[in-house]
Design a protein around this ligand. Structure first.
Ligand SMILES: *Cc1c(COP(=O)(O)O)cnc(C)c1O
Length: 455
């Protein structure tokens, strides 16, 4: 048997000391978020009622390519970073491909996903500012778990609105959040106006990230010394996640290779941006021609079939208007198991990059994602999160193309999390009970037609 796995780690001193802000290097910058009432571009101050001030400044920072990682955050990173970069010999062998496949394993974080990279930063900046309480939404529960832990680390109270379908289907994620000391409520709830509005029309509504975001923002605005946090979509979240790609860049150099393709699954874009942007800077600045591929679910295809326009980030319309690829903020995605990918829109940076042809997107059916996940588990010994399975499926598609052409391309994908708390989803797949959901063009068009056209 050949070498099954080779893993690359960085010494503590090699862990990056700065995050990378791709906005500074983009030729076409993302268009500004707009105040929904006046349609004027937002200033950082406009975001201060909702977000910690430093996070609001990072959100709109289009000047500074490098941003210092505060020492207390970097100290916490050392608990689990560097995460391993792994040469997936087992998967290569199972596929019989000449491609060299690498994955960055973010599942080794204390909460099992990449989400902690930004949760620690967000909790830190809130604490620094004297905030005492933070709120958020969570779908499958990964972000909620990460934030609950980060809040505990920095001594903050944390309240989480969890999408109701996940709250009921994934009780262990709720237990994890509660174990870290957070309070968790199923969304839509009766505790906010946004939640009540949804339940009045549809008492059996199973929730969506859009609704849960509205509820969390409402709580933040109406509670003294309380701020809202978001685990994806926003530019400051991809900034914090750039630690993934910056480490991977050094680790790929240790392996003596450079990726021809960088692949990640796509919910709002934070793990994709995290692994992709540090490599993309060499496309922007040094003439590299790496391909960047975002893998989204066929049931929630904003990148492949959505429209680029200004839209809200939440259902009730509390957020600024963001320029993004969207299916419409009123889109209710099917109840797929990859809860972290059930979001109607994409971050503004990724949306601009996609519009400019600097990256690509593919959509993956639920059954194909689990098929890829099971093959990966059997060849690499890690059960991937249902979200991550989409990246694996896209990487396998590319590796199979190499098999057909005989090309030894270098493929790097991000393993955003493990699936050990998602075994009921695997149960259903293995029992042959998993459904594929695809959205019709009519549904997409009908939904987008309801949006107000700005610019
Ligand atoms: C939340 C989550 C995602 C999707 O979010 P992005 O912001 O698009 O990265 C993907 N994988 C896992 C494991 C997640 O928890």
């Amino acid at each position: 048997m050949s070498t099954r796995q080779k893993r690359y780690f960085l010494a503590e001193s090699e862990i990056p000391t700065e995050w990378y802000n791709i906005q500074a290097d983009m030729v076409n910058k993302p268009m500004p978020p707009l105040n929904p009432a006046t349609k004027e571009p937002l200033k950082a101050e406009d975001l201060f009622p909702i977000f910690a001030e430093e996070l609001a400044r990072q959100e709109l920072n289009q000047q500074d390519p490098w941003i210092h990682i505060p020492e207390p955050v970097r100290d916490m990173y050392k608990y689990y970073r560097s995460t391993p970069l792994v040469r997936a010999y087992g998967l290569e062998e199972a596929l019989g491909t000449p491609a060299h496949i690498y994955f960055k394993n973010e599942s080794v974080s204390p909460v099992g996903s990449h989400k902690l990279n930004s949760a620690l930063a967000q909790a830190y900046y809130n604490k620094e500012q004297g905030v005492t309480n933070i709120t958020t939404e969570t779908g499958a529960g990964q972000w909620g778990a990460a934030l609950s832990y980060a809040a505990k680390v920095f001594g903050l109270e944390c309240a989480v609105y969890q999408v109701k379908i996940s709250y009921n289907q994934k009780p262990y994620r709720r237990s994890i959040m509660q174990t870290f000391g957070a309070t968790v409520e199923a969304s839509p709830s009766m505790s906010t106006r946004a939640g009540k509005d949804v339940l009045t029309v549809d008492p059996n509504n199973q929730g969506s990230l859009g609704t849960a975001i509205s509820e969390a923002i409402e709580l933040a605005i109406s509670t003294p010394n309380c701020k809202y946090t978001l685990g994806s979509v926003l530019s400051h979240v991809s900034l914090h996640q750039s630690i993934i790609g910056l480490e991977a860049e050094k680790q790929m150099a240790m392996a003596g290779e450079y990726p021809d393709m960088v692949i990640a699954c796509f919910g709002g874009g934070s793990n994709f941006g995290g692994i992709a942007f540090p490599f993309m800077r060499h496309n922007l600045k040094d003439g590299k021609q790496t391909r960047f591929i975002a893998a989204e679910p066929a049931s929630c295809p904003k990148l492949t079939r959505g429209q680029f326009q200004y839209d809200f980030g939440d259902l009730a319309g509390y957020t600024p208007l963001l320029p993004m690829f969207t299916l419409g903020h009123n889109f209710m995605p099917a109840n797929i198991h990859a809860g972290g990918l059930r979001y109607h829109g994409a971050g503004t940076i990724v949306s601009q990059l996609l519009k400019d042809g600097l990256m690509e997107a593919v959509d993956i059916k639920q059954s194909d994602s689990f098929k890829a996940g099971v093959l990966f588990a059997r060849s690499e010994g890690i059960i991937p999160a249902p979200e991550s399975c989409h990246a694996i499926a896209a990487a396998i598609q590319e590796a199979n193309k190499c098999t057909a052409t005989g090309e030894e391309k270098v493929i790097l994908f991000n393993l955003s999390g493990h699936g050990l708390i998602d075994m009921s989803a695997y149960d259903q797949y293995l029992a042959g009970n998993l459904q594929d959901y695809e959205v019709t063009d009519e549904e997409v068009a009908r939904n987008l037609a309801q949006l107000e056209k700005v610019i």
